[in-house]
Write a protein that binds this ligand. Structure first.
Ligand SMILES: [Zn+2]
Length: 104
């Protein structure tokens, strides 16, 4: 199941087409969007529970998720790495240590 554009609705409007184009560059179903915009309290809850999170968690107030400038998506590691490389080639930010996280 490929994520619907609605799944990226928490992103800033101008950023959405780029995220959609990135996902569309891979076979349907390659990725599942798991998190987009977070409130400060949602980020705080993640931060408090970060010991149980396999991925890095930014402190409240410093996450691009709170600004609608980041999203997380899961998928095969190799495809995430390919998507990360493509995203970076478009000027986005992506780090191997947090392969599910894509931000502007
Ligand atoms: Zn993230």
């Amino acid at each position: 199941m490929s994520p619907s554009p609605k799944g990226l609705g928490g992103l800033r409007r101008w950023l959405r087409p780029y995220a959609q184009a990135l996902i569309a560059s891979f076979p349907p179903g390659s990725f599942q969007v798991t998190s987009v915009r977070r409130s400060r309290s949602q980020q705080l809850a993640l931060w408090r529970n970060r010991a149980n999170n396999p991925y890095p968690v930014a402190p409240p107030g410093s996450s691009k998720h709170e600004l609608g400038l980041a999203w997380d998506m899961v998928g095969d590691r190799s495809r995430l790495e390919a998507a990360g490389a493509l995203w970076k080639s478009w000027g986005g930010k992506w780090w191997p240590a947090d392969p599910i996280h894509f931000e502007y």
